[in-house]
Write a protein that binds this ligand. Structure first.
Ligand code: ACO
Length: 311
């Protein structure tokens, strides 16, 4: 049974009223949002690393400009999201500390390596494609600042998705070697992108409550199905083969049937044992330490200013 104030809160959610920072909200609602939004922010920040790896090796000046813009967009998304979490009373220093200590989660997908230029195409096409499917519904979620941040994020993600598809399209219409490189990238990124949507609904501890609060509008399995239905025809268009022998159009359901991802791999990546977990965290720690002088200078400046005014 719900307490009367919780029932009143739920009634507001059910009516579609947005919750704003100064509104009363159950503690658990606040906690869930801080958890999801901070994980989402960390994902955007760590997500710069796999692609940043290719900035100096992009094949043309134009590709370099596009990739640079995309990676900068991800930094911006991280900042909007940290700000959204701050409206709930979370402190940025705490969130940052939890990321650097390895306590906080961020998306599993960013713990895989980018071995070739085709991987940059695969990330844009598959990873940003999956992110859009997840984030479009969040534009309508119950918490105002999170919903509003997602509107702009989604516009930028759709540019990211198209730049990735364009890289692969170019490779797939190039030499056999280039096409093989594209297929190899798809082979390595397909299953991680399918797992990005989170555990199966049966194993998703947070979905039921988050759906009731309209923080999530669809379950992990629903979004995974949407992602696969949208992506398979795009692979066909590129002339690439999705590495799933069980993938098959189902006339009756109007959806693709697909095979089971390797969930042991997924949980291992979450526990810190993916191929690049250590490297990603170390890069963030180095960036934080490398920026210490900026924080110190800003603090010194802030301290000096009022004193100068007094003088
Ligand atoms: N990578 C890392 N952790 C994950 C992933 C994943 N792909 N999927 C689920 N998890 C974690 C959850 O955070 C949760 O851990 P916690 O309880 O310790 O916080 C646990 O696994 C169980 O999963 P769920 O109960 O299904 O968790 P939830 O209801 O939060 O659903 C989801 C997970 C779908 C990722 C949700 O949090 C969400 O929609 N987040 C916003 C979008 C987002 O973060 N995108 C990041 C990648 S997109 C990008 O940055 C480009």
């Amino acid at each position: 049974e719900m307490a009367p104030d919780e029932a009143a809160f739920q009634a507001r959610i059910d009516e579609g009223i947005k919750i704003e920072p100064k509104d009363e909200m159950p503690d658990a609602y606040r906690k869930t949002l801080v958890r999801q939004i901070s994980q989402h922010a960390h994902s955007e920040i760590v997500g710069q690393l796999p692609e940043g790896n290719w900035l100096t090796r992009a094949p043309t000046l134009e590709r370099k400009l596009i990739l640079l813009a995309k990676v900068q967009d991800e930094a911006g998304h991280g900042l909007y999201l940290y700000s959204a979490a701050e409206t709930l009373g979370a402190s940025r220093d705490d969130m940052q500390a939890d990321l650097l200590s390895g306590k906080a989660k961020y998306s599993s997908i960013f713990n895989y390596p980018t071995l070739t230029w085709a991987d940059i195409g695969a990330i844009g096409w598959l990873v940003d494609g999956a992110a859009i499917i997840n984030q479009i519904p969040i534009c309508r979620c119950s918490y105002g600042p999170y919903a509003r941040a997602m509107v702009r994020v989604c516009k930028e993600e759709s540019f990211h998705q198209r730049q990735g598809f364009d890289i692969l399209h170019k490779l797939c219409t190039g030499t056999q070697e280039q096409k093989d490189m594209a297929q190899d990238a798809l082979n390595r990124w397909w299953w991680p992108s399918v797992m990005m949507h989170g555990p199966r609904d049966a194993d998703s501890v947070n979905t039921a409550q988050s759906m009731q609060w309209k923080i999530k509008l669809f379950t992990n399995d629903e979004l995974r199905q949407k992602y696969i239905d949208q992506t398979v025809p795009q692979a066909d268009f590129l002339g690439l083969t999705i590495p799933d022998p069980d993938l098959k159009w189902n006339e009756e359901t109007g959806h693709y049937d697909f095979g089971e991802p390797d969930w042991d791999e997924f949980w291992n990546v979450l526990k810190g044992y993916g191929p690049c977990n250590q490297e990603r965290l170390q890069a963030r720690i180095d960036a934080h330490e490398g920026g210490a002088w900026v924080r110190e200078a800003a603090a010194a400046h802030a301290e000096k200013r009022p004193r100068r005014r007094e003088a």
